[in-house]
Design a binder for this molecule. Structure first.
Ligand SMILES: *Cc1c(COP(=O)(O)O)cnc(C)c1O
Length: 365
């Protein structure tokens, strides 16, 4: 008997394997350091705004997320008409794939890039083309080398997840200049708020001065609103127009919208979080390196820790050892990093516990 058949490409997508549910020893407090969530939660003002809206859950949201686009516009100095909001930036990435990719097309991402990119690409029947990184960092020449006449889109998280590395804005501009003008460059700036490097830019200038570049951003990381699913994109007018035609008319909920407005206006909360992250990122990098483990220099709110391959010292061993103590990091086999664990920077207590546990682990206890 015949049965429904998924579109071409769908069954080529590796099934998503979520991080395993932690089973710590009884009585252990659990620290989830596996999803790059902020240890601080959102601004208290965002929680207030969310609760205020709870009295009117019967009403559909305002369909264009106007109040949020205006707040983002004020915060970044952007024209709100060139912003689209979405249910997380994941939705926006998928909308871009639906708008610009189809069967026979190719989209490029890097070999340790964010896994949503290949999924979004393959879900619409396009081919996912991999460009090799150098030292776990985007290599612009490697991307340019795999461009073919079929290339329609390039996905680039800057900084990248899960590596924590970034490329300077000059390199992003060189990438743009080297790509054919019909190729859409998607700059995913999910972690831009954590970067303090003079040569880094999230890419707004490039969007403003070209017809083929967009920047996406999220409220899930420094703003601490991952549960609400809010992201946004800044793009050229013609791209905003095209994507708006397929966007669900009520894709951002009212509570999410108003919480996000309050969050983006609380610059004090963001500043505190950024400062804390920087301090503990430096501390963790230094302390973990002292234990004889390699840590990739990160500019984001997580660090990538590399483990040896000898028996008893592998990343699997470390993962089990840490999990027993309630310290849940992210294994990265499906990101092509079988010997590494990604640790989201947590509270001071969590960070110290991880270093103490890793010290014991390396001492063979
Ligand atoms: C976390 C993350 C996002 C944000 O996704 P949302 O759907 O907005 O929660 C986007 N890109 C990268 C690279 C991320 O790590």
């Amino acid at each position: 008997m015949s049965r429904p058949v998924p579109n071409p490409g769908i069954l080529d997508i590796a099934p998503y394997t979520p991080g395993k549910t932690p089973v710590p020893e009884p009585g252990r407090k659990v620290f989830k350091l596996s999803a790059n969530e902020t240890p601080f939660g959102p601004s208290p003002k965002a929680i207030e705004a969310f609760k205020r809206v709870a009295d009117h859950l019967e009403d559909y949201p305002e369909g264009t997320s106007r109040v949020l686009r205006e707040a983002i516009g004020r915060s970044f100095g952007l024209d709100p008409n060139r912003i689209i909001c979405g249910a997380g930036s994941d939705e926006i990435l998928n909308l871009l794939a639906h708008t610009y990719l189809g069967q026979g097309d190719e989209a490029i991402s890097t070999n340790h890039g964010f896994l949503v990119y290949p999924i979004a690409t393959m879900a619409v029947g396009a081919r996912n083309v991999i460009a090799e990184e150098t030292n776990l960092t985007c290599n612009v020449d490697a991307i340019l080398k795999v461009v073919t006449p079929k290339t329609k889109l390039v996905w680039l998280a800057n900084p990248n997840n899960p590596t924590g590395t970034y490329i300077p804005f000059d390199e992003v501009k060189r990438l743009r200049a080297g790509l054919p003008s019909h190729v859409l460059l998607v700059l995913d700036a999910a972690y831009c708020d954590y970067v303090s490097r003079n040569d880094y830019e999230m890419g707004i200038e490039l969007v403003a001065t070209t017809e083929n570049t967009v920047v996406t951003h999220t409220f899930s990381k420094i703003h601490g609103l991952a549960a609400l699913r809010v992201g946004w994109m800044f793009g050229p007018e013609h791209i905003i127009d095209a994507v708006n035609r397929i966007r669900g008319p009520f894709n951002v909920s009212t509570p999410a919208m108003y919480a996000a407005v309050a969050a983006i206006e609380d610059t004090g909360h963001q500043g505190m979080s950024k400062q804390f992250t920087e301090t503990w990122r430096n501390w963790l990098t230094e302390e973990i390196t002292k234990l004889g483990l390699r840590v990739t220099p990160s500019v984001a709110n997580f660090v990538l820790i590399h483990f040896p391959t000898d028996n008893g010292r592998t990343s699997d061993d470390a993962d089990a050892f840490l999990t027993k103590r309630g310290l849940v990091l992210r294994a990265l086999k499906n990101y092509g990093l079988p010997h590494s664990l990604r640790m989201t920077i947590g509270t001071e207590e969590a960070n110290r516990l991880v270093v103490d546990a890793l010290r014991e682990f390396m001492a063979g206890k």
